[in-house]
Design a protein around this ligand. Structure first.
Ligand code: UN1
Length: 504
């Protein structure tokens, strides 16, 4: 099992105004290991609107100083947090595996993504570039600068429990916003650990606040609160739609990162073994619980049988178990509800006439009975309009379809309501470039699976995956800042734009 000692079970508090405080509700909820329900990680505050208001008030007060702290100094805190996360990477990864299940290699990657984001945004502290540009009038200076929005409300998911809070949070902080974060109820500890790192780094009180609890009790008041200027959410498309509607009356800025039905296109000239490696990692990494998971594969008829056979054989060999065990290839799913959803879709797929060529069952015997496990599952003979080829399952299930040309593959690939990630396996550069141009997704890979985004490029998707924004990279800065265009006239006379230009 892991090299580090896991934390003893304890009662965790909210982090508000630099203090660890109990909820006004006086109630808590349990957080249990999805691989072993006997393992109680801790109890967390079942917060309510009162706690949320206290956190927003603290963040609003802290904003007045934080926005005036020079960005390179704000960056110093981010560098410090990055180094703390680096130091504690192994311990944090172990707790995260315990909390949400994915294997240690992947939770290390999750922590690494947070470290990368902290360094990236700390670097932005000395950039945060704006625009300087000539004026159309003499003796006049024009520029556009970024300004912070105020209090940023972050609602973050359980599948990347520290990376995604860091994507959003580091960008928010470097721009000069203060933060109130509501982590997913399945993974509050990961966000508490991030807050512990901020506390150790000496971040001024009130700049980073954590309120744990449910969507109704904490999330909804956050959406309504007039002092929260921007909401950044990662989660399902259904919840994203509700968030969008709830924020509309106040024209609150909203950044949404939602569902996916990502596709790998495997052409007849592809290196099939490489494509199988990619499909296996893309479909079953994080037990398929990534927004970017390769839940669809379109394989050319000429290599279809070989591909399905090889993929299915490899899927059957994956060792499913506790993610803390180094012999495990794929961990549990997050909850009993999620297992029920996966099982429901496996039945739908079979009823629709697709063929299960690997897996297809939940795992309930022996040690599995204590957790939420499902076999890695491959469906073959899938038709593009089947529900398993259209709807996000968020589990270890992939649907393999057939095509006879690149054009058909692209058309199937684009034929879903989501647009997060897609990829092509081909040795033909022309095909790669055509797919690169025509796949209408926010992320595209050549000879790699649909997962594996790096933090310095924009992350997000088209259609019902997003609402036009991106996070990570420089694009992430746009969500958490507003432009202010500034004109400085040093002519000493009234100069009228668009009018006095004619006299030059
Ligand atoms: C997500 O699935 O919600 O590209 C995020 C990837 C990871 C991030 C995934 N770096 O798969």
């Amino acid at each position: 099992m892991p090299n580090t000692t896991l934390r003893p079970t304890r009662d965790y508090k909210n982090y508000i105004n630099g203090q660890w405080v109990a909820s006004a509700s006086g109630t808590t909820f349990e957080n249990r290991n999805p691989a072993d329900n006997d393992d109680l990680i801790g109890t967390f505050q079942e917060s309510n609107e009162h706690d949320l208001n206290a956190a927003v008030d603290a963040a609003d007060r802290a904003f007045q100083q934080w926005r005036l702290t020079p960005a390179p100094l704000r960056a110093e805190y981010l560098y410090a947090v990055a180094n703390i996360l680096k130091r504690d990477k192994e311990a944090i990864a172990s707790e995260m595996t315990r909390e949400m299940g994915k294997v240690l290699q992947e939770t290390r990657g999750d922590v690494q993504e947070a470290i990368d984001m902290a360094f990236l945004m700390a670097g932005e502290g000395r950039r945060l570039h704006g625009v300087t540009t000539p004026s159309e009038l003499p003796n006049k200076f024009n520029m556009a600068v970024r300004m912070p929005l105020g209090v940023a409300g972050l609602i973050t998911p359980w599948n990347f429990p520290i990376a995604i809070p860091a994507w959003k949070g580091m960008a928010a902080l470097i721009c000069g916003n203060t933060v109130v974060i509501k982590p997913a109820s399945q993974t509050p500890l990961s966000v508490v650990m991030l807050a512990e790192a901020f506390e150790e780094a000496g971040l001024p009180k009130g700049v980073w606040n954590v309120v744990t609890g449910g969507g109704k009790a904490v999330g909804e008041p956050m959406l309504r609160h007039p002092k929260v200027s921007v909401i950044s959410f990662t989660g399902s498309t259904d919840v994203g739609r509700q968030i969008s509607v709830a924020c509309a009356p106040q024209f609150k800025h909203v950044h949404l990162e939602m569902g996916g039905k990502n596709v790998i296109l495997v052409m007849d000239d592809a290196d099939v073994d490489l494509a199988v490696d990619g499909a296996l990692w893309g479909a079953f990494g994080t037990a398929g619980q990534r927004c970017t998971a390769a839940s669809r594969i379109v394989a050319h008829s000429k290599i279809y049988d070989e591909f399905v056979e090889k993929l299915s054989a490899r899927a059957k060999k994956l060792r499913v178990g506790n993610g803390l065990d180094p012999n495990t290839d794929m961990g549990p799913n997050i909850s009993a509800d999620q297992i029920a959803t996966i099982a429901k879709y496996v039945k739908i797929g079979s009823d629709e006439g697709a063929t299960v060529t690997a897996g297809g069952a939940t795992l309930t015997d022996g040690a599995y009975s204590k957790g939420h496990f499902h076999q890695p599952t491959v469906f073959a003979n899938v038709k593009p309009d089947m529900r398993i080829a259209q709807e996000e399952i968020f589990g270890p299930v992939t649907a393999v379809m057939r095509c006879d040309s690149l054009e058909e593959a692209i058309s199937i690939g684009n034929g879903v309501k989501y647009g997060l990630s897609s990829s092509i396996y081909t040795r033909d550069i022309n095909k790669a470039f055509v797919a690169m141009r025509d796949m209408y997704t926010g992320i595209f890979y050549v000879n790699a699976p649909t997962i594996g985004a790096e933090v310095h490029l924009p992350f997000g998707g088209t259609k019902q995956t997003g609402n036009g924004h991106r996070e990570a990279g420089i694009a992430g800065i746009d969500v958490f800042s507003e432009w202010k265009s500034i004109y400085v006239d040093y002519s000493g006379a009234l100069q009228r734009a668009q009018i006095d230009t004619e006299e030059v």
